[in-house]
Each structure stands twice: as structure tokens, then as C-alpha cells.
Ligand binder design. Structure first.
Ligand code: ADP
Ligand code: 5GP
Length: 215
């Protein structure tokens, strides 16, 4: 008897959000380096590049007119104003990855999360990362030493608003120990990839199993 055709799987969109400084970029980077079949969505932003960042890797750094043009042409899957700058997700790389059965990882805020949830709820897994305390959040922003003091103050101001959106998310992780937080994200991804609703061709596989003669 011929081998049964194994079920395929629809690609999923894994969103990581958090108040600035809670650790989502660190987790996102580690995941995208260690996981196969997971494309990192590289956003566009009008904010200034940080010293450690690379254009095209961490973000596509663009000016405001270029950002407005992308919006007007509907080339962004979602976009938002965050801390006074424009941020958005280029649509095409995401659509190409999902079509090819790959998963896509997003480091975006709650406004972008809400927009993507409205468009494709069933394909989205949304995780919110919390700091263990506000004092620790502040020291992480200071220790990161990539933003000017007034930028850090603005980010801390916004953190309470962002934390208040926690219930939009499917999962919430407190990032106290980085290794433990990473393992939690990986466990969620592994389980979500196995969800019955994402399997394509499972009915045919099961029908084939049931019709197989056992000698
Ligand atoms: P975000 O992307 O949420 O703004 P980052 O990933 O840049 O945050 O993390 C902010 C800073 O905190 C970085 O310097 C990072 O190395 C550090 N950091 C992240 N997670 C932890 C953790 N669990 N314990 C201590 N420091 C952490
Ligand atoms: P940062 O300036 O620290 O890199 O990012 C600031 C905030 O903008 C973070 O909460 C980050 O997740 C969010 N962000 C980054 N890219 C996008 C995007 O494309 N869309 C939306 N909505 N938020 C984004």
C-alpha cells in the first residue's frame, strides 16, 4: 500500500509585544536565530537608528514621506504611531512567507497586534511580555544605553498604557529570567504549530488510516 500523504500546515503569525525594555527584541532575536521555518518580519520606522542597529536587519529606517507613501499604497499590513514615530509592517514578505507555509515572527505594539487580529484572528498567536517590576523596566532601559534620557523617560511614561493592554493577548509571560521566558515562548510556538485547526489535509490522512487493512 502507498504511504499516506502527511498533513501540511498553514503558516502562523507569532506576535511578541511588550512595553519598551521588557525584553521582546532580545527574545525575538534569539527565536529567529534558533528556530527554523520562522521568518522575522522587518518593520519600517521613521525613528532614528540606534548605534547597534543595522538598516534592513533590525528595521528599514525611512523618512516620513516614504512612510506616508507606503501607507497610501496599502503596502503595510498594519501601522501605528509609537512614541512619536511611525512604525509599520511591510505586507508582501509576510504574505509570501505564509503562502509558502512558513511562520512569521513580529515584534510590534498592541495597536499593530489589534489590526492583525482583526484581519486574521485564526492565524495569529499573540504573546505579551511583562517586566518583573517597573523599577527593573527602568533599569533595563538605562542599562541598554541606546536611548537618550528624554527618550527613556517617554518610553517609561508610555509603559503603563501599554501594560494596560495585556488582555488583548493570548499568552502573558513575565520576563524575569531570560532563559525561562525564552523556553515559555518556544513551548507556546511548538504547541500552536501542532493545533488541529492549522493542519491541512488531516481529514484525508485520518480517512486513509481508517481504510488501511491491518494484516
Ligand atoms: P524591548 O525590545 O522590549 O524594548 P530589549 O530586548 O531591548 O527590550 O531589552 C531591554 C534590555 O534588557 C536589553 O539590554 C536586554 O539585554 C535586557 N534584558 C532583556 N531580558 C532581560 C532579563 N530577563 N534580565 C535582565 N536583562 C534583560
Ligand atoms: P523600538 O523603537 O523600541 O524598536 O520599538 C518601539 C515599539 O514599536 C515597540 O513596542 C515595538 O514592538 C513597536 N513596533 C516595532 N515595529 C512595529 C511595527 O511595524 N508596527 C507596530 N504597530 N509597532 C511596531
Amino acid at each position: 500500500m502507498a504511504d499516506l500523504v502527511r498533513p501540511a500546515r498553514r503558516g502562523l503569525m507569532l506576535i511578541l509585544s511588550s512595553p519598551s525594555g521588557a525584553g521582546k527584541s532580545t527574545l525575538t532575536r534569539t527565536l529567529s536565530q534558533k528556530e527554523t521555518n520562522l521568518d522575522l518580519s522587518v518593520s519600517v520606522t521613521t525613528r532614528l537608528k540606534r548605534p547597534s542597529e543595522i538598516h534592513g536587519v533590525h528595521y528599514h529606517f525611512i523618512d516620513r514621506p516614504a512612510f506616508d507613501t507606503l501607507r497610501e499604497r496599502d503596502e503595510l499590513l498594519e501601522w501605528a504611531e509609537v512614541h512619536g514615530n511611525g512604525y509599520g509592517t511591510p505586507r508582501k514578505p509576510v504574505e509570501d512567507a505564509l503562502k509558502a507555509g512558513r511562520d512569521v515572527l513580529f515584534d510590534i505594539d498592541y495597536q499593530g497586534t489589534q489590526q492583525i487580529l482583526e484581519k486574521a484572528r485564526e492565524d495569529v498567536v499573540a504573546i505579551f511580555i511583562l517586566p518583573p517590576s517597573m523599577a527593573e523596566l527602568r533599569s533595563r532601559l538605562v542599562r541598554r544605553a541606546e536611548d537618550a534620557p528624554e527618550v527613556i523617560a517617554k518610553r517609561l511614561d508610555n509603559a503603563r498604557d501599554e501594560i494596560a493592554r495585556w488582555s488583548v493577548y493570548d499568552y502573558v509571560i513575565i520576563n524575569d529570567d531570560l532563559g525561562a521566558a525564552y523556553e515559555s515562548v518556544r513551548a507556546i510556538l511548538t504547541a500552536e504549530r501542532l493545533k488541529r485547526s492549522r493542519a491541512v489535509g488531516m481529514s484525508e490522512f485520518v480517512a486513509g488510516l481508517l481504510s488501511e487493512a491491518i494484516s
